[in-house]
Write a protein that binds this ligand. Structure first.
Ligand code: DAH
Length: 347
């Protein structure tokens, strides 16, 4: 029987040499090592052991095992070689194009108001101002009364708003009530100096037009100290304007009126009159209003827990959307809150 094992080995190795594809290899393996359904040639050859004399059996068994191991090793080596060759062929045929772009994941982006707010915050941060958050739903007292506008004060007409069903609770018309909140917090255990900005949304009962919305952001500023003067306000506004609009930006102050500051001013930056658009933006003056400001009124200081004989301060309030419109060339304020992607995707 031994010669037939030799022949089997010989034949199987020759067939293996011819098997150059995965499919051919699989067929070869099935033929010699068997499948679930059919016995393989090896097993069949080994069954011949039954017809041998007991003396012949050990040698036959040993030889059969040698053949089995040799074929298994040869198969493994050939299989590895075929796999590599097939992968190489597939890559050559271009089946795997590693230069194809991947699936793009849509990325979000920041709203133009957020972009502008962040710029403003960063500029004030460099001048030592921290951000202080205060609520959008306010009391009548915070929004008006403590800011030197008692009930029936005519200045309230400048800031009509939305009232809630709860008496005395409204949507704030400006970020100025935050001044009272921060002053009360910082004076609770002995008055401390303050240098904060208060960014956030405000609301007005307004007819919505290209120039005015019923909601928009403001950035309030407040600095309280023992030696704060109007010169500090001027320096801070000039520095802000230079960082926001360019290093050669000129500013000017115009007299104005706010119940919570004395004296009160409007701050303008010089925009220029070079183009028709400049003329439109600045209403023909070349100057662009960026903020209301002034020295904090003694009554407001007192309402915040600061003694006006010892402390003084300046405050300002600016509108980032107005500035964003100028900086980004947005012609209509209504675009900001319409959530139209054709608008938002431009920034
Ligand atoms: N609160 C004012 C407004 O909404 C803006 C303003 C003016 C804020 C002068 C201030 C200020 O802090 O000092 O129109």
């Amino acid at each position: 029987m031994a010669p037939s094992l030799d022949a089997l080995e010989h034949e199987a190795l020759a067939a293996l040499a011819q098997a150059d594809t995965s499919a051919a290899l699989q067929a070869w393996h099935g033929k010699y090592f068997g499948t679930k359904r059919a016995k393989g040639e090896l097993e069949r050859a080994m069954s011949a052991i039954a017809s041998l004399s007991p003396a012949e059996r050990p040698a036959f068994g040993r030889r059969a095992n040698e053949v089995k191991q040799a074929l298994a090793a040869a198969f493994e080596a050939k299989q590895a070689a075929v796999k590599e060759a097939e992968l190489e062929a597939a890559m050559k045929a271009g089946a795997l194009d590693v230069t194809l772009p991947g699936a793009t994941i849509p990325r979000g982006r920041l709203h133009p108001s957020t972009l502008t707010l962040r710029r403003i915050i960063a500029i004030f941060a460099r001048m030592g101002f921290e951000v202080y958050r205060s609520p959008e739903v306010e009391t009548d007292e915070m929004n008006f009364g403590l800011l030197n506008m008692p009930p029936e004060h005519p200045a309230r007409d400048m800031w009509d708003t939305f009232y809630t069903t709860q008496p005395g609770v409204l949507l704030r018309t400006h970020t100025s009530p935050g001044q009272i909140r921060v002053m009360r917090e910082r004076s609770a255990n002995g008055a401390q100096p303050i240098r904060v900005i208060l960014p956030g949304m405000v609301y007005r009962y307004e007819q919505v037009t290209a120039r005015s919305e019923m909601q928009f952001n403001q950035v309030e500023g407040l600095a309280i100290g023992r030696t704060i003067t109007f010169a500090d306000l001027k320096g801070v506004m000039a520095e802000f304007a230079r960082h926001m609009f360019g290093s050669d930006t000129r500013i000017r102050f115009r007299c104005s009126y706010f119940p919570f500051t004395e004296p009160s001013v409007e701050v303008d930056v010089y925009w220029g009159l070079a183009t028709e658009r400049d003329r439109m933006i600045t209403k023909g003056t070349g100057w662009l209003e960026i903020a209301g400001a002034g020295m904090v009124h003694p009554t407001v200081l007192r309402n915040g827990g600061y003694d006006p004989a010892e402390w003084s301060g300046f405050a300002f309030g600016m509108g980032p959307e107005r500035q964003a419109m100028r900086l980004l060339g947005i012609s209509d304020i209504r675009y900001f809150w319409q959530n139209d992607l054709r608008f938002l995707e431009q920034f």
